[in-house]
Design a protein around this ligand. Structure first.
Ligand code: NCD
Length: 336
């Protein structure tokens, strides 16, 4: 098991993997998210006050495309009264060949929180947090948040997904969650499996064999929760699921021709209104988005497809997360 940053003696509250927070911390974040959501909807905004210091800065660095994650972090940071800067790869010196590491250091300067997405090797953010940032006075207090790292993890997506499931069912333990699609490269499913298993959910991994869930995530889930099962055929399990979590094919990571042929489909893969007829009435369909043809818009009429409220919860959950990280920084002393 990876070493959690909780075990570090001192330092900012990074969120690089779902393993970094305890179940109690998640429960607190769920409560905070619910409160923030209620206040947001009532427009009272009374709780969004941690940034009495007007220089509190949340810096976003995205070296991969993003709509929801970057947008929701910006909205969350602004709601908290923070300043926000966003650096996209196309407008950064990465386009001139600057290294990712140097770019990340520059994006982190004068920030309280650095939210990072990148396509590169898993473990890069951990190295920034453990080795690179602590070397510099100007960077050692910056909390790093993983907003999606290569084919590794996407912990803030799992936070909002778990919150959405908790909000819908009132509990997580014992729920049957089917993660469906590209489980090999789909980082959202890795984080969801790891976190949901810790909460006691029973996972079913549904994918073609060459896109199956990596063994290390299955092993982790089995160590910390009910042992996941795997199947190639969604019809084997569709009528037993509480949650069906659909994902797109991650063509950008595939070494084969699928990358160049967006129209190509894996036979039988995807959700259709016909398939949803077999899906239990109380259950929900989720998707981290963006979607391609695995969840056609004609399914949106079905009230069990909750993808918009799931994305909306992303703003609320990320507001709770940023506030928590900023509060942790306030309570800690970060002397060099
Ligand atoms: C996901 C991602 O970036 O991993 N998107 C998101 O953050 N909602 C899923 C995906 O790209 O398929």
């Amino acid at each position: 098991m990876r070493v959690s940053h909780k075990n570090r003696i001192q330092g900012p509250k990074h969120f690089l993997s779902v393993d970094d927070f305890t179940i109690d911390e998640y429960k607190k974040l769920f409560l905070d998210t619910a409160t923030i959501k209620a206040e947001w909807q009532n427009s009272t905004h009374e709780i969004f006050i941690p940034c009495e210091n007007k220089r509190t800065l949340v810096s976003l660095l995205f070296t991969q495309p993003s709509t929801r994650t970057s947008g929701s972090f910006e909205k969350a940071a602004q709601a908290l009264g923070c300043n926000v800067t966003t650096l996209h790869v196309s407008s950064s010196s990465i386009a001139k060949g600057e290294s990712y590491r140097d770019t990340a250091m520059m994006a982190g300067l004068a920030a309280n929180v650095l939210v990072v997405r990148h396509k590169g090797k898993e473990g890069t953010l951990q190295r920034l947090a453990d080795k690179i940032f602590p070397r510099h006075d100007a960077l050692r207090n910056v909390a790093i948040v993983n907003a999606g790292e290569g084919t590794g993890e996407h912990p803030t997506q799992a936070l909002l997904d778990m919150y959405t499931i908790h909000e819908k069912f009132g509990n997580i333990k014992g729920l049957r969650i089917g993660v469906y699609g590209d489980l090999k490269y789909g980082r959202t499913t890795h984080s969801l499996l790891r976190l949901g298993s810790r909460f006691g959910a029973q996972f079913v991994c549904i994918s073609p064999e060459d896109l199956s869930m990596p063994k290390r995530h299955l092993q982790y889930a089995a160590n910390f929760g009910p042992k996941p099962t795997c199947t190639k055929n969604i019809h084997d399990v569709i009528n037993e699921l509480d949650v069906l979590y659909v994902t797109r094919l991650q063509r950008e990571y595939r070494p084969d021709k699928l990358h160049h042929e967006p129209k190509e489909k894996i036979s039988g893969y995807g959700v259709t209104p016909k398939l949803l007829k077999l899906f239990p009435k109380h259950s929900v369909v989720m998707h981290p988005l963006p979607r391609l043809d695995e969840l056609p818009t004609e399914c949106d009429k079905d009230p069990r497809v909750i993808i918009v409220s799931q994305a909306y919860n992303g703003i609320m959950a990320r507001t709770a997360l940023l506030r928590y990280i900023l509060q942790c920084a306030k309570g800690a002393s970060f002397r060099p």
